[in-house]
Design a protein around this ligand. Structure first.
Ligand code: NAD
Length: 285
């Protein structure tokens, strides 16, 4: 399984980051979105991220230009036909992911490896929508993708050794560090992180402390780089809400149940940085 060309589904927060990392690592990269308008917006964000890397001295301008030339934005799923690996980073919804992968399976060459960046769904239930569950893994990146070093590689009961080895190899080629997780909802990181984030919202609901003080407490008391509310705004309250519901459905444990305030904020459109307001205000630049 030699990977040369990478496809990415979704050019949102995570998809744009994954496409950037693949292109910077030297792979021809095709990123697919739902409409021309969203492709343009996603690529604009991606270009901004590449430019910022140059400004910060993390990337030289010539490398940026080469990475940019390797990137192609598309709407047509058929444009991914010749990809050796397709990483999916669309909305955290099982039906949507299954539908998309079934359509992808029909157009992408047989030997290609499929990967989902799902945070909380099990890989098995997505992989079974295709005829290649043996060539299907979880590849769970972290936000912001160009900066965060970790990728959880998830192998299911059906993942072949060859597919798993290829996934580990490509993660390393992306300049990331892999860890291997079993196909349990939330894998390693979200299994521990999600109850902590939800508990912070519950503590606030119960009046234990202010948003600012809870964040400050975890930063200065535990050495965390950011507090739970800053992190919730960063991840997206909608995404966290979907993840919590899926994990609660899976485990039926109260620690995964989304608190009412989280639901209210999502319904009110306070999604965090992406909408300009979450637990904090994020004025658009
Ligand atoms: P997002 O809302 O920023 O982006 C999702 C994008 O997918 C949107 O731009 C949407 O237009 C697009 N999309 C929807 N259906 C599509 C389709 N059929 N084909 C192509 N594009 C499609 O969401 P996100 O935060 O990037 O999350 C994406 C996935 O990554 C989710 O499964 C999420 O759980 C996972 N994830 C998120 C984080 C995080 O911190 N936000 C971290 C790790 C994993």
């Amino acid at each position: 399984m030699k990977i040369r060309k990478v496809g990415v589904l979704g050019c949102g927060l995570m998809g744009a980051g994954i496409a950037e990392v693949a292109a910077r690592a030297g792979f021809e990269t095709v990123v697919r979105e739902v409409s021309e308008e969203v492709v343009e917006k996603g690529l604009e964000k991606l270009r901004g991220s590449l430019d910022k890397a140059v400004e910060r001295g993390k990337l030289d301008a010539a490398e940026r230009d080469k990475a940019w030339a390797r990137l192609h934005g598309v709407v047509d799923l058929g444009a991914l036909a010749e990809c050796d690996l397709v990483v999916e980073a669309i909305v955290e919804n099982l039906d949507e992911k299954r539908r998309t992968f079934a359509a992808l399976d029909a157009v992408v060459k047989e030997g290609a490896l499929f990967a989902s960046n799902t945070s909380s769904l099990t890989i098995t239930q997505i992989a079974m929508a295709t005829r290649r569950p043996d060539r299907f893994v979880g590849m769970h990146f972290f936000n912001p993708v160009p900066v965060m070093k970790l990728v959880e590689v998830v192998r299911t009961l059906l993942t072949s050794q060859e597919a798993y080895d290829a996934a580990i190899e490509v993660v390393r080629a992306f300049g990331k560090e892999p860890v291997t997780a079993r196909d349990n909802s939330g894998f390693l990181v979200n299994r521990l992180l999600v109850p902590y984030l939800l508990d912070a919202v519950r503590a606030y609901e119960e009046g234990v402390g202010s948003i600012e003080d809870i964040d400050k407490a975890m930063q200065l008391g535990c050495g965390y780089p950011m507090g739970p509310f800053a992190l919730l705004d960063f991840v997206g309250l909608d995404t966290t809400y979907y993840i919590a519901n899926i994990m609660f459905d899976e485990y039926r444990e109260k620690r995964f149940a989304p608190p009412p305030l989280l639901k209210q904020m999502v319904l009110a459109g306070r999604l965090g940085r992406k909408s300009g307001r979450g637990f904090y205000e994020h004025p658009r630049k």
